[in-house]
Write a protein that binds this ligand. Structure first.
Ligand SMILES: Cc1ncc(COP(=O)(O)O)c(C=O)c1O
Length: 386
């Protein structure tokens, strides 16, 4: 069994039962102890530096409408340059209250009713749903496992993409399959999109959560100026630094003026302004918390290694290697269970339903929890199968 790295920051478990946690409270009751392993947040405490930055802002005691802190965009621009060699400009940034609203705005900022929105399947559920909710037609690119790795069916993509495909919603790293898309895959997608005038909206919320040391996240917009010009890149500190409860703040990075204007028109009057606490937290996360992030990734990597080893040993369950994210996409098609999701829930583990993400043969397990919790999850999964 893989060893756990000694990680003092995360060694003490934080009890989340009976807290305000969505993940833990949704399926639990006094009579039924359920471990929350579904929605994608972490049980790990965020960095003390972020907590201090929030406290400092609270100490100002006045909470009128606020602007981003002075250094905010410099911090983000420097980070993108340093991490990815991607040079961005302040006027490209459109602050948003979350990544999900931006997926919806990107889906129909150009084109007409019935035009296409393309995305890989399986995918984070909103990628599959935006088309229907924005009057568009969903064009799936199905994924399959090749040599142990989830890959998009690029033949299908080439056959179905057309000038009526107005937006390609890309999820990279790819939730739920845990892939870091490589340069060749990104170029294949970009070439097809450029040839058809399709805007690429790339959700890179998991970019800071690459677990494999030999993999590197590449923002698709950074590949070439021609791709950059057709792109909307969505980033946020919320996932990697575990900040969803602080209030939403994401950034849509839109280099082209016309695309930016169309996006802003969609968002007008709908998207609220991010709050001061979220700005303080995000700026500190992006500027000062790389040490914390390294420890968090180490902890998650250990959890992943433990989980992969365990799942391999459980008859009826299978998972592919998780390169990034803290989400395991588990194949339950050979479990012999009629309804694996509800069976595991009955045995005290709440997982995400694969059907919501385009594949009912799978469940998604969030392993961003204390190691003792993960061990208990594994015990309960085994009991559910016995
Ligand atoms: C790929 C992806 N995009 C977006 C989100 C949610 O983003 P937000 O909370 O900023 O709307 C999640 C959360 O799990 C996610 O996995």
């Amino acid at each position: 069994m893989p060893n756990k790295t000694n990680s003092s920051l995360f060694d003490s478990p934080i009890e989340r039962r009976a807290s305000d946690s969505t993940k833990w409270s949704r399926f639990s009751s006094k009579e039924h102890d359920v471990i929350g392993a579904w929605i994608a947040d972490m049980d790990l405490p965020t960095s003390d530096k972020i907590i201090d930055a929030i406290k400092d802002r609270l100490d100002e005691r006045v909470f009128g409408y606020s602007e981003p802190p002075d250094q905010f965009f410099d911090v983000v621009i420097n980070r993108l340059e340093k991490k990815y060699g991607w040079t961005t400009k302040q006027e490209w940034f459109v602050p948003q209250p979350g990544v999900v609203p931006s997926l919806f705005f990107a889906s129909n900022c150009f084109g007409d009713t019935g035009d296409g929105v393309m995305a890989a399947r399986p995918n984070y559920r909103y990628f599959l749903e935006t088309a229907e909710h924005t009057g568009r037609t969903f064009q799936p690119v199905d994924c399959q496992v090749n040599h142990g790795r989830w890959e998009m069916d690029f033949d299908q993509m080439h056959q179905t993409i057309s000038p009526r495909t107005k937006t390609f919603l890309l999820c990279n790293p790819h939730n739920p399959v845990g892939r870091v898309l490589d340069q060749q895959e990104l170029e294949t997608i970009a070439d097809a999109c450029l040839a058809n005038g399709t805007i690429i909206c790339s959700d890179e919320i998991h970019a800071d959560l690459v677990l494999d040391t030999d993999k590197q996240h590449v923002p698709i917009a950074s590949l070439d100026p021609s791709i950059e010009k057709k792109s909307i890149t969505l980033i946020s500190a919320s996932k990697a630094f575990n900040l969803p409860a602080i209030g939403g703040l994401s950034l849509a990075i839109i280099p082209d003026q016309d695309i930016r204007a169309a996006f802003q028109k969609r968002a007008y009057g709908v998207a609220t302004h991010p709050g001061a606490l979220a700005y303080a937290a995000t700026m500190t996360a992006f500027e000062e918390c790389d040490d914390w992030l390294t420890e968090a990734i180490g902890y998650l990597r250990d959890n992943r290694d433990y989980l992969e080893a365990q799942i391999t040993g459980i008859d009826g369950l299978a998972m592919t290697h998780v390169e990034a994210t803290f989400l395991a996409w588990i194949d339950v098609s050979n479990s012999g269970l009629r309804n694996p999701l509800s069976t595991f829930l009955d045995h005290g583990v709440a997982l995400s339903d694969g059907a919501d993400m385009g594949n009912p043969d799978h469940v998604r397990l969030n392993f961003a929890c204390h190691r003792s919790t993960l061990e208990e999850i594994v015990r309960r999964l085994k009991t559910g199968l016995s």
